[in-house]
Structure formats: C-alpha cells, structure tokens
Design a binder for this molecule. Structure first.
Ligand SMILES: Nc1ncnc2c1ncn2[C@@H]1O[C@H](COP(=O)(O)OP(=O)(O)OP(=O)(O)O)[C@@H](O)[C@H]1O
Ligand SMILES: [Mg+2]
Length: 232
C-alpha cells in the first residue's frame, strides 16, 4: 500500500532522515518508533507531502507520489493526524470536524458517525475544542482525519502527553480503525505500546532504521529492549 525507498530528508545542513526504507502492506498496522529527534515526524511529513524529500521515493498504491502536495494526497486517501493534534482551539468540536470535509474526499455524513463512535465528542459538539482534555482533543484530531475517509491513516505520536488510562483508550481506537480495514502507519515514542498494537515495526535511530521486524519479535529482542523498552 505504502512503500518508502531510500528516503532522505534534510533541513539545510541537518540530515534528519538518511536513507530510510520501509513498507506498509494493505490493511496492516506498521509502527515507526524512536527517541526524540530520531526523524519520525520528518519521515511522516515527507510521506504526507508536507516536506519535500532530498532523495528517495514514496509509493502509494503503486504510484510514485514523491513530492506530491499534501492536499492532493489527502484527496487520494492518505490522511495525517499531526503531531500535537493541531485542533483549532477557538472553534467548536463540530467546526473542527467540518474542517475534515473541506476537500473533495471529505464526507459530511461521517460527522454524525464520529459522534456515535466518540460519544464524548457528540456531547461536546458545540463547545470550544480548546476546552477539551488532552485525550478528548486527540480523539477529535483522529475523528477529523476519519471524516476524510482515509485509505492510509498516518498518526504522529497520538499518545503524547496523555495519562496511561487515556493512552489505552487511544490505542483501542487505533486498533479499531485498523480492524475496520484502514491501513495505519503509527509513529510513536511509546515503543512498547506501539509495538504491542502493530504487526511490524521499524526502530529509527538518528535518521536511520536501526532494527526492524515483526512487532512481537522486536518486543523480545534484547537490543531493542535494552535501548528502547527498558523494564516495565
Ligand atoms: N523544520 C526543521 N528545521 C530544522 N531542523 C529540523 C526541522 N524539523 C526537524 N528538524 C531536525 O531534524 C531532526 C529530526 O526531527 P524530527 O522532528 O523528525 O524527529 P522526531 O523523531 O519526530 O522527534 P520527536 O519525537 O521529538 O517528535 C532533529 O534533529 C530536528 O531538530
Ligand atoms: Mg516528532
């Protein structure tokens, strides 16, 4: 569904991503994990068309989409939930969801479906989004992306800053989305949690893939445990 080959992302002289390759098969949940500054967001932004890669290729459903602008990729079904959620705090919950329909892939009829799926958003639909808790804002950011009916959903650190119980809720939602048939590429610093949810994982270290494998195998891999998972 999604293939990234020898991706290089640089900001001036800073090489954030050096020759990263990975695959996200149709219907799978693949995770990229790694520490602060490992290059996770840079990879995701290059895939989503928000950053033009210095080199390498991104293939989406067999088409070379390298350098295609984000709005065209959203229209094709490649939809990102950005790091930090980027909800509009002074707009209502409903207005934020309407933002997910401002392009031709957006489906206004999916907004009521989101209230069904996330009752907390339905209850708060007329409130300012900024008044929601962090977990609720993350649900809103995910719901806004789902309104665009994604084929591939890109999630950038959805568990960031959330309490463990809320993290569990966010991961339950991600696993449901995948169970519904959406392909998911999940970027996380919470490596253990992400690898538990994923089929396949890639560990990024200073812009390079240091380890990759079946997620369950990475969770048992001594090198990965020592460097990224630690004691539970
Ligand atoms: N717009 C930018 N201009 C210059 N350098 C940048 C820019 N964005 C990222 N970088 C640098 O690129 C490297 C990778 O950053 P990136 O945000 O991709 O990492 P990350 O893995 O997403 O980190 P985090 O977990 O903190 O979100 C870092 O060294 C960062 O400082
Ligand atoms: Mg990041």
């Amino acid at each position: 569904m999604l293939s990234v080959r020898d991706l290089v992302v640089a900001y001036g002289h800073v090489q954030a991503v050096r020759s990263v390759s990975f695959d996200v098969p149709r219907g799978s949940l693949v995770t990229l994990v790694g520490a602060n500054g490992a290059g996770k967001t840079s990879v995701l932004n290059a895939v989503a068309g928000l950053v033009r890669p210095r080199a390498g290729r991104v293939l989406f459903d067999g088409n070379d989409i390298t350098g295609t602008p984000a709005h065209r990729l959203v229209a094709a079904g490649l939809v990102q939930v950005p790091e930090g959620r980027e909800i509009l705090a002074t707009l209502t919950v409903e207005e934020n969801l309407q933002l997910g329909t401002w392009h031709r892939r957006g489906r206004p009829e999916r907004i009521p479906q989101m209230y069904h799926r996330f009752p907390v958003l339905g209850d708060r639909r007329h409130l300012q989004a900024g008044s929601l808790s962090g977990g609720e804002q993350q649900m809103l950011a995910i719901a806004r992306a789902l309104v665009a009916d994604p084929v591939v959903l890109l999630l950038d650190e959805p568990s960031m800053g959330l309490a463990p119980k809320v993290v569990d809720e966010v991961f339950r939602v991600i696993e449901e989305i995948r169970a519904d048939g959406t392909t998911v590429l999940l970027v996380e610093q919470n490596a253990r949690r992400a690898l538990r949810a994923a089929d396949y994982g890639y560990v990024l270290e200073t812009g390079e893939v240091a380890h990759h494998g079946v997620a369950a195998d990475l969770l048992r891999d001594e090198r990965v445990i020592e460097a990224y998972l630690g004691l539970e």
